[in-house]
Design a protein around this ligand. Structure first.
Ligand code: ATP
Ligand code: MG
Length: 586
């Protein structure tokens, strides 16, 4: 008996690999290659093989359902975009070498879209005219191109990848906020449906502009982002998080200049004086856009957050060694006392609580202990300057923050009028005035999510797909093929499952049982149903959960019951219901 809804391992193109591919460093990259889901075409460019394409389609569908559910409308914009739009927004120059640029036969500039703010703004600017037509949210699921400096980790950071990008247009901030909140909730649901352990985190707006933004991070050691999070729910990318460092005071009777020969770093200074690094103060030097000297101070056990420094002084850059020499600064012993005339002193807010600083003396081989702000020197400005780190106090509840690594799977932004203003996209407001749209943009890394799921769901034998995104729900494994009992029984089971709406694959290859088990574990079908001669004599098969490894002998009568039960209840397989749980929780 054959059934068109059943996939057959004997026919499927699933080239599995026994060994880890040489250039794959992390679990998801190795396993997606080994399980025969993807193949590399060039650095950061991948083909999705049949099973990989099935998973991708599942992720896309979850995203699509959640977008449709909040009234976002699907469109499809071109990947090839005219350069002139990017000149209008100013990003042709600002985006840098990540933008894949090309020239057509008429010498016109084009790029392969890394994102679509320009194209969508140009799309609506002449036809979305009145406040009455607002708000509007459009989305697409489409290929994106970014010439990443370091494509790596397979689908996590590739140069061609699939993104869902949505854009919203509003007459006022209230409306933008509403859609932004709905989108954020939809993004959380998308993560949950993909069975991700995730955190929405405070993020830095970066390249794209705007100010209000949140990243959704799948927690994983392989993630490139560093996060801090707290039991109260607060979480932030360390790039963006507010820092409440807890420097400690090194209490001494009076200001003293101490000789610190051969001391160049904070670690050396702390060791030399026998005090914790948190009792020292680190100095960094930079210049503003106009070239004025700015000297920055952070607690010794913290790093300067350059993004915060840039926000504090327009055009801020750190000084090079040559610059420092030109300003007459002493690298390794910079401090607030005795700086060149006109230097602006900016210190991290947490240092306000430190009455006596251990800090450089602006003289090679010397430091001050007991330097008092407000007495021995003046601080021009107190601002949040440090990179937040685990152990700092939570800005929301004050408890110590925990550290984690994460994969950014999606991000929501309030863009405001950045693109509508530069590109002249306006509408007629209720009071008849012409105003630029307020915009939001919202991206989900579809192919990156696929890898992030594998990063969170694998073991030494392979992938353990959550049912909602698995390439199929059940794999029926006849232990012998060509047997007049086992093969037909396996086929019958498979077609019963298929009738239920389950996606079924049968491993009908003429392979040893060991090979079939190894491949089934590697590919990661959520449920395996093993059909063997001995079991059938008692009308039984073995059902195994890939995720827990739990196995049970189940009588065919019970399986038939499950089938009937599920049919009666018209279950939606692959979302909430796990076949395995269905069988065993009865
Ligand atoms: P990253 O900081 O990781 O480079 P991004 O913040 O530049 O990403 P966005 O512009 O926010 O990325 O794009 C939306 C989503 O697209 C990201 O959240 C991510 O999931 C995905 N994405 C971005 N760059 C890549 C890439 N090189 N490969 C795969 N997915 C990507
Ligand atoms: Mg992002």
């Amino acid at each position: 008996m054959t059934n068109a809804n059943i996939m057959r391992m004997s026919e499927l193109y699933v080239p599995t690999l026994k060994e880890d591919p040489a250039d794959a460093e992390i679990a998801s990259h190795k396993l997606l290659l080994r399980a025969g889901l993807i193949r590399k075409a060039a650095s950061g460019v991948y083909t999705f093989l049949p099973l990989g394409k099935r998973v991708l389609a599942k992720v896309e569908n979850i995203v699509r359902e959640e977008m449709d559910a909040i009234g976002s409308q699907e469109i499809m914009m071109p990947a090839l975009q005219p350069g002139e739009l990017w000149h209008e927004s100013g990003r042709w120059d600002d985006y840098g070498p990540e933008l894949m640029r090309l020239v057509d036969r008429h010498d016109r500039e084009f790029c392969l879209g890394p994102t679509h703010e320009e194209l969508i703004t140009a799309l609506v600017r002449n036809e979305l005219r009145s406040y009455k037509e607002l708000p509007l949210t459009l989305y697409q699921i489409q290929v994106k191109f970014r010439d990443e400096i370091r494509p790596r980790f397979g689908l996590l950071r590739s140069r061609e990848f699939i993104m869902k990008d949505a854009y919203s247009f509003h007459a006022n901030q209230e409306s933008l906020q509403k859609t932004y909140d709905q989108m954020s909730e939809a993004y959380a649901r998308i993560c949950k449906r993909m069975d991700m352990d995730f955190r929405p985190v405070q993020a830095d707006p970066g390249q794209i502009g705007g100010s209000v933004t949140c990243e959704f991070m799948a927690l994983a050691e392989a993630g490139e982002a560093e996060l801090v999070h707290c039991t109260c729910g607060y979480a932030a990318n360390t790039e963006a998080g507010d820092c409440l460092a807890q420097p400690t005071v090194h209490d001494v009777p009076e200001l003293e200049k101490v000789a610190t020969p051969e001391v160049h770093t904070i670690a050396e200074l702390a060791a030399f004086l026998g005090i914790p690094e948190s009792s020292t103060v680190k100095a960094l030097s930079g210049k503003s856009g106009e070239g004025a000297l700015v000297v920055l101070f952070v607690p010794g056990d913290h790093e300067l957050n350059e993004l915060k420094a840039e926000r504090m002084a327009d055009g801020f850059t750190l000084l090079t060694d040559d610059d420092m020499e030109a300003f007459g600064l002493h690298k390794g012993s910079m401090g607030p006392i005795g700086l060149p005339e006109g230097a602006r002193i900016v210190a991290d807010v947490s240092l306000q609580a430190v009455s006596k600083w251990v800090v450089g003396a602006n003289e090679d081989g010397y430091h001050y202990v007991g330097a008092r702000p407000g007495v021995d020197f003046q601080v021009d400005e107190w601002v949040d300057l440090s990179v937040v780190r685990p152990g700092d106090r939570c800005p929301t509840c004050g408890l110590p923050l925990e550290g984690a690594r994460g994969i950014e799977v999606s991000q929501v932004f309030q863009l405001g009028d950045k693109y509508s203003r530069s590109m002249g996209a306006t509408f007629m407001a209720e009071d008849n005035s012409e105003q630029p749209f307020l915009m939001g943009c919202y991206g989900v890394g579809v192919s990156r999510s696929m890898a992030a799921i594998v990063e969170q769901h694998n073991d030494e034998n392979g992938i353990c797909w959550p049912t909602s995104v698995a390439p199929a729900h059940v794999c029926v494994i006849p232990l012998t093929t060509g047997d007049e009992l086992v093969q037909p029984a396996a086929e019958k089971l498979a077609s019963e499952f298929a009738k239920l709406g389950l996606e079924v694959v049968i491993d009908d290859r003429k392979e040893r049982a060991g090979v079939k088990f190894a491949d089934a574990d590697l590919i990661g079908w959520p449920v395996q149903v093993v059909v063997g001669k001995r079991g059938l004599e008692e009308q039984k098969v073995e059902v195994k959960s890939r995720r827990t490894g739990e196995r049970q002998e189940v009588s065919l009568a019970v399986l038939a019951d499950v089938v009937a039960f599920a049919q009666r209840n018209t279950k939606v397989w692959g979302s909430e219901v796990d076949l395995f749980a269905e069988i065993f929780n009865r």
